[in-house]
Ligand binder design. Structure first.
Ligand SMILES: [Mg+2]
Length: 342
C-alpha cells in the first residue's frame, strides 16, 4: 500500500496569516488534520470552518481520511474560525471526536483482520517518524503505564477557576505510587502544546515525587477503520513498544476512559470511569485511589500482564500465602476498602 507512506504537506490560511502544518499521512483522518490546525492556530476543531476541504462538494466530516478527499500537495487550506482565551482553551479542549464517541463506546474490538497489515505498517511509520521528546529516561526493570488526560486525570469540560479544581482526586498520590513500579507516559489526542500546558497547570510536570517519561500527542495516533464505527483515531501501544523494546504487552497497562483508544491492544487497556462534573464529584470520586492498589498489586504479583483481565480489575485480589487464598477470593464480593493494601 503506497498510500500509507504518501505524506501530504499543507498549510492553513487564517486571519490573514499562513501557518505551516506538520506532514500528515494520506491515511490520517480529517479529525487529525483539525488537531494539527488547532495546534498551529489555537482555533478549536469544532470552531474550524475549512472552506476548501471537501468531499464531493460538501464539508468533509471528521471521519474521512485525507486520501478520500483528494487533497493537493501543498494545499493552502482556507479557514474561518474564532479563537478562544488561551487558558480556557487549554483546559477545556476535548480530545478528537470525544464528545461523539462517548455515546458509542466500543465494547469489543472489531478491527478488520484484513487491515491488520496496513495498521502494522502505519505503526512502523510512527515508530520511524514520530519524534519523542524524552523528559526523563526509562529506568531499568520498570513496567510501563500509559495515561490518557481528558476525563481520566481531570475534567476538561467543567467550569472551574483553576487546574486544581478540575483535577481528579488523588491524582498526585496515584502518580507518586505508580512511579515506584512504572515508567509513566501521558498520551492525549490533542496537540503537544495543549498537553504541556495542561500538565503544567495540574502540577504534574514538576512534581517532586514522580517524573513523567514523555508525552505523546495526536500525531502518534493512527486512523483505523472498524466495520461498526467507521473511521476512528486510536492510540496503538506498538508505537512505544517499537521504540522501546523493553516494554511489551507483558508489562504495559494503559488507562483511558474511551475503550476504542486501545482497540489495537485491547488486552493492555483498562477503561477507567470518566471523571466529569468535577465540582459535584470532587469529594466522591475514588477511582484513582483504588487504581493505586490495583497497579501496585499487579506490579508486585504478576509477571505477565497478558494473563490479566483488566475488565475485572476491581475484583482482582493478589495471591496470598495463606492456603485459604482462593476461598477468600471467591467470598470477596463488594469489599471496596481493599485500597488499604498499599
Ligand atoms: Mg479521555
Amino acid at each position: 500500500m503506497g498510500d500509507i507512506d504518501n505524506s501530504i504537506k499543507m498549510s492553513v490560511k487564517w486571519n490573514g496569516k499562513e501557518y505551516e502544518l506538520p506532514e500528515l499521512a494520506q491515511s490520517d483522518s480529517v479529525a487529525m488534520l483539525k488537531v494539527a490546525i488547532e495546534n498551529a492556530t489555537g482555533v478549536r476543531p469544532e470552531r474550524q470552518k475549512l472552506l476548501n476541504v471537501k468531499f464531493q462538494g460538501k464539508v468533509a466530516n471528521d471521519n474521512y481520511t485525507l486520501s478520500e478527499l483528494n487533497l493537493k500537495q501543498n494545499l493552502k487550506i482556507m479557514m474561518m474560525g474564532s479563537l478562544e482565551e488561551a487558558i480556557e482553551g487549554a483546559m477545556s479542549k476535548p480530545d478528537i471526536g470525544e464528545e461523539v464517541v462517548n455515546d458509542l463506546d466500543i465494547e469489543e474490538e472489531e478491527i478488520d483482520v484484513e487491515n491488520q497489515e496496513i495498521y502494522l505498517a502505519k505503526i512502523n511509520k510512527r515508530v520511524k517518524d514520530y519524534k519523542i521528546k524524552v523528559l526523563n529516561e526509562p529506568r531499568p526493570n520498570k513496567k510501563l503505564l500509559v495515561l490518557d488526560i481528558d476525563y481520566t486525570l481531570f475534567d476538561h469540560r467543567s467550569v472551574a477557576e483553576t487546574g486544581f479544581e478540575l483535577m481528579r482526586p488523588f491524582l498526585h498520590e496515584f502518580l507518586t505510587s505508580a512511579y515506584k513500579d512504572y515508567d509513566i507516559v501521558i498520551w492525549s489526542a490533542t496537540g503537544m502544546k495543549w498537553i504541556e500546558e495542561k500538565m503544567k497547570l495540574l502540577g504534574v510536570s514538576v512534581h517532586p515525587e514522580y517524573k513523567i517519561m514523555f508525552y505523546l500527542d495526536y500525531l502518534a495516533m493512527i486512523t483505523v477503520h472498524t466495520p461498526k464505527y467507521g473511521t476512528i483515531d486510536v492510540k496503538p501501544l506498538g508505537v512505544i513498544w517499537g521504540k522501546y523494546p523493553q516494554y511489551s504487552s507483558k508489562n504495559t497497562i494503559m488507562l483511558d476512559d474511551i475503550r476504542r483508544n486501545f482497540i489495537m491492544n485491547p488486552k493492555s487497556g483498562l477503561k477507567i470511569r470518566a471523571f466529569r462534573q468535577a465540582h459535584l464529584n470532587r469529594d466522591k470520586d475514588e477511582e484513582l485511589l483504588h487504581l493505586i492498589t490495583y497497579l501496585k498489586d499487579i506490579a508486585t504479583f504478576c509477571d505477565d500482564f497478558d494473563t490479566l483481565n483488566h475488565k475485572k480489575w476491581e475484583k482482582y485480589r493478589p495471591p496470598r500465602k495463606s492456603k485459604h487464598a482462593s476461598k477468600r477470593k471467591a467470598e470477596d464480593n463488594s469489599d471496596s476498602s481493599g485500597a488499604a493494601a498499599n
